[in-house]
Each structure stands twice: as structure tokens, then as C-alpha cells.
Ligand binder design. Structure first.
Ligand code: SF4
Ligand code: SF4
Length: 507
């Protein structure tokens, strides 16, 4: 058995995991309306295939796309389409994007075509891929990359990694899933193995989840005993509890000792990495015929009355989910989608749960806490040692403050995964990651502005060239007309001379 390789950087953080793991998984009630954004994944947005007033069944496609990197959106429950228009999405900018809104009819009725598959074992790799694409399955660990696009690598795959690390504090939905649905996860892995044909498969689980490790290992042993698929090449690997051990690049380094190239994808080093939740969703899609219409969400934080993991219909407004969790105790709180390190503060609780929502964390706002005094950088290098992407945060900080965009590119700001490890270890209490988030936004704006300026310059040059050409053509026309006039005049004069000559008179 290969030993684990320690990735560079990372920090140890308090977990706060037991807050949400004490209670069993619960289900949130059917909301009166569902808000479904057309873009809940990386890649091209889906386009509506329904109209206002249409009746839709649960699981029916309501927005679709032909693009390779995209995913369709399905109705999470039955009801009537009451609007297609801009709604605030769960992003801290408070931006609005096109959503389809369903008024639910309380029946929660599946589409009649959605049936269990009697012969999942006889499906070809292409048929499995196609079903996964149609089911709208995306990476449920938060990356939301369309899974079907990951399952068509252009080179052979050595290792399939199933990511059950879940290293960010407070989040426990993957832990809860592994404890309760290990069967579905293993069935999902067997399907993925038929598609990718890897040499081995590793289920990586952080070593602070002993119950999940035990549940998955005992399920594997049962599969082996009962001869349910060949599980000999599937192994469970506990990984050390260190943040961000579950980052795709960090996990590949630990398990395979391979470096994914800058701006590259894992398949380029012969690895495909999928989250445990995604694997269970693949089981649901192939065995039960069900598209991705709900997901497990950790509702947690000291201010939530009943923190636990909840099965939530995608599109359910956050306020309905929080009400199902017994409401919130304090009035001054931040609602964060994701964890405390990489999550986003929500603009309000009217926004819906989307495919990326693994956690809703309710916390006392950072700004209302007493902020530590920020001191000057002492160049201690602690931030560089903690950076899992091997960046130089102190240099990035310097250039982010000075808005030196070229230098920020030179120091690879775009590689920053915004994990916040550098901020955690900085003895001067500099909120480095905030500077990097802000600098990234500014860089994007700067790029858009310079692109716009370039386009304006090109348009101006084209306009000048057009005016010059018109002027030249006008002058040429004028010169041609003048030459014609002179030619005509000369011809007339010649004619006149001929007619007035003595020879012509005598003739
Ligand atoms: S950890 Fe803080 S003080 Fe130390 S080099 Fe980095 S930014 Fe400067
Ligand atoms: S936030 Fe960015 S710079 Fe800081 S440790 Fe994480 S990846 Fe490195």
C-alpha cells in the first residue's frame, strides 16, 4: 500500500463538526415556491424549455443546453411555472440572474417517465455518461463542475479518487452521507469504474470521521462477501485532518504524489476526482432514474436552533430551510453559504439553495466582533509556509495594495484558491485573503475595461480609416468628373474648330 504524501502548506483549524452530527438527517418541508437559477454550474448557462403558466412534474427538465460543459436544470417538485426572470442568487455581490420560479402544488409528483432502471448492470459506458449528463449532475463538493464532462477524459485514467475529506470547519453533509448511504456510494463507484476503467479507486476520508470510515469499510467488506461487484481495487484511505486537505490538487498530491499542472485538469495526470455526494447522486440517477433535484445541506452555527443535516429540494429559499431548522436565535447574524473559510456571505435569506449549497452557516458577523489591530508586515514568511498553492502571499499583498496588476499576474494571483490559510497564520493579523478577493475583482474589472478600451481604440482606428477612404474616393470622383469635363470641353472645342475651318465651309 502506498504511503500518503504530505502536501505543502495548510493549517489546523477547530472543526465545530459535532454541532450538526448529533441529530439524524432530516428533510425540509415542501416550500410554496422554488427558485431555480439557470446557471448552477461551471460552464454555459441552461436555456428555459418551459413557459410561464406551464405545469411541470418533479424531475422534468425545465432548462437545457447542448454545450459540453453545462448541465440541465430540473423541476424539484410539481407545480406551475409562475415566472422566468431575474432574482437575487446566492452570491455575496447580491447579483440577480435569470431564474425559473415554480409555485408548488403540494403533490410533489414525479414525472411519469422517471422509473427505476431494471438493468443498470447492462448499461454501456456511453449510456451511463449520457444519463449522468441528462440528470444535471455536477460536483456537489462545491465546485459544481458538470460531472459528465469529467467522465470523458482524453487519456487513460490510473486513479479514481472519491473525495470524502470535507476539511472545512462546520460542514458535515458528506460525513452524514457516508455514515448513512455507503451502499449508494459504493454502487456509484462501481458505475464510475465502468466508465473510466481506472487501475485503482481510492475513497479519501479525513481521519476525524471514524464513523464514516467504519461505515464505508464495512460496506465494502459486505459487498465483497456477498459478491456484489468487484471491490478489490477500491480502498479507503484516511487522510490527516488539515485544511485544505480536500482541495482537488492537494488531495491528488497526497494520494498519488502527482502535481496537476498550472491551469490544468486532474485527468492530465491520469486522475479523476469526484465528491462522495456526486457519487451517490450518480447512483440515484442510474438506479432510480432520478435527476439531481435535492441535496444534503448542513444547517449549522451557534445561532441556529436545530443544527443538523437536512435533505433540501434545490430551489428552496434559504429562509424556509432555516425555519425548518427551528429558526435563528440572534437578530444580528451573517448567513454564509459554505464554510467559514471559503464560504460567501449571502445578501439575504430570500435566495435559493442551489446545487453548490453544501452548508448554511449562521454566524455572528465578523464586523460586529472586536477586530484585531492590523499591524505592518514583518516579512516573517509564515503566510508563504501556510499557502497550499505555493504562492507568496506577502508579495501578493504588497502588489494588491498598490494595484500592480502585472505583478499580481506575475505572482499568479489567479492560482489563489482563497482558502484563507495565510490570513489565519499572519502574526500581524493582516486579512490577506480579503485583499486577494478584492484584487481579483479589480483585476477582472481592469481586464474588462482594457478590453473595452482596446475595442474602442480599434473602432476609432476603423472609423478614421473609413473616413480617410471616403475622402479619398470623393477626391478621386471629383478629379474624374473634372477630367471628364475637360475632355468633353476639349472635344467640343476641337469639333468647333473643325466646323469653322475653310475646308469644312467649302465642303
Ligand atoms: S505572515 Fe503576515 S507578517 Fe508574515 S510575511 Fe506574511 S503578511 Fe507579512
Ligand atoms: S488564500 Fe490564496 S494566497 Fe492565501 S494561503 Fe490560500 S491560496 Fe495561498
Amino acid at each position: 500500500m502506498k504511503s500518503l504524501i504530505r502536501f505543502r502548506g495548510g493549517v489546523k483549524l477547530p472543526g465545530f463538526k459535532s454541532l450538526s452530527t448529533k441529530s439524524p438527517i432530516q428533510k425540509t418541508p415542501l416550500p410554496s415556491r422554488l427558485i431555480l437559477p439557470l446557471r448552477q454550474h461551471i460552464g454555459e448557462s441552461a436555456n428555459p424549455v418551459v413557459e410561464i403558466g406551464d405545469y411541470v412534474y418533479k424531475g422534468q427538465i425545465i432548462a437545457d443546453s447542448n454545450s459540453f460543459v453545462s448541465a440541465p436544470i430540473h423541476a424539484s417538485s410539481s407545480g406551475k411555472i409562475i415566472n422566468i426572470g431575474p432574482y437575487t442568487i446566492p452570491h455575496q455581490s447580491g447579483i440577480a440572474e435569470t431564474c425559473i420560479v415554480i409555485e408548488t402544488d403540494g403533490k410533489d409528483q414525479w414525472h411519469p417517465n422517471i422509473k427505476q432502471c431494471d438493468v443498470p448492470g447492462s448499461l454501456s459506458a456511453d449510456q451511463i455518461r449520457k444519463k449522468i449528463k441528462q440528470a444535471g449532475i455536477v460536483g456537489l463538493g462545491g465546485a459544481v463542475f458538470p460531472s459528465s464532462a469529467k467522465l470523458k477524459p482524453t487519456r487513460e485514467i490510473d486513479t479514481l479518487i472519491i473525495n470524502g475529506v470535507e476539511c472545512e470547519p462546520y460542514i458535515t453533509c458528506d460525513d452524514a452521507l457516508m455514515r448513512t448511504k455507503a451502499d449508494e456510494i459504493i454502487h456509484g463507484i462501481l458505475l464510475l469504474r465502468r466508465v473510466l476503467n481506472p487501475i485503482e479507486c481510492v475513497i479519501a476520508i479525513e481521519n476525524n470521521k471514524p464513523e464514516a470510515i467504519k461505515a464505508v469499510r464495512s460496506t465494502l467488506a459486505r459487498f465483497k462477501e456477498e459478491n456484489i461487484g468487484s471491490v478489490n481495487t477500491i480502498r479507503v484511505v484516511p487522510v490527516p485532518t488539515i485544511f485544505p486537505a480536500g482541495g482537488e490538487k492537494q488531495l491528488i498530491k497526497q494520494i498519488c504524489n502527482k502535481e496537476v499542472p498550472q491551469h490544468g485538469l486532474p485527468y492530465e495526470v491520469g486522475v479523476v476526482c469526484l465528491n462522495v455526494g456526486t457519487t451517490a447522486a450518480i447512483y440515484d440517477c442510474i438506479y432510480q432514474g432520478r435527476p439531481l433535484v435535492s441535496r444534503l445541506v448542513t444547517i449549522t452555527g451557534e445561532a441556529v436552533n436545530h443544527p443538523a443535516n437536512y435533505q433540501v429540494l434545490i430551489g428552496t429559499p434559504v429562509e424556509d430551510v432555516l425555519a425548518a431548522a427551528g429558526g435563528v436565535q440572534a437578530s444580528k447574524v451573517d448567513f454564509i453559504m459554505g464554510g467559514p473559510m471559503m464560504g460567501q456571505v449571502l445578501p439575504d435569506t430570500g435566495v435559493p439553495v442551489v446545487k453548490a449549497t453544501n452548508c448554511l452557516l449562521v454566524k455572528t458577523p465578523e464586523k460586529s466582533k472586536k477586530q484585531p489591530v492590523q499591524l505592518p508586515c514583518i516579512r516573517c514568511g509564515a503566510c508563504a509556509n501556510a499557502c497550499p498553492m505555493q504562492l507568496l502571499p506577502q508579495q501578493l499583498y504588497w502588489h494588491a495594495r498598490g494595484k500592480h496588476f502585472e505583478k499580481l499576474n506575475h505572482y499568479n494571483l489567479t492560482d489563489c484558491i482563497e482558502c484563507g490559510c495565510c490570513s489565519v497564520v499572519c502574526p500581524s493579523k493582516i486579512p490577506l485573503v480579503h485583499y486577494f478577493r478584492f484584487a481579483k475583482t479589480e483585476m477582472r474589472e481592469h481586464e474588462v475595461k482594457s478590453k473595452f478600451a482596446d475595442q474602442s481604440r480599434l473602432r476609432m482606428l476603423a472609423r478614421d480609416a473609413r473616413l480617410e477612404r471616403i475622402k479619398k474616393e470623393q477626391e478621386e470622383r471629383k478629379a474624374r468628373r473634372k477630367a471628364e469635363r475637360e475632355k468633353k470641353k476639349a472635344a467640343n472645342q476641337k469639333q468647333k474648330q473643325i466646323s469653322e475651318s475653310p475646308k469644312a465651309s467649302s465642303g
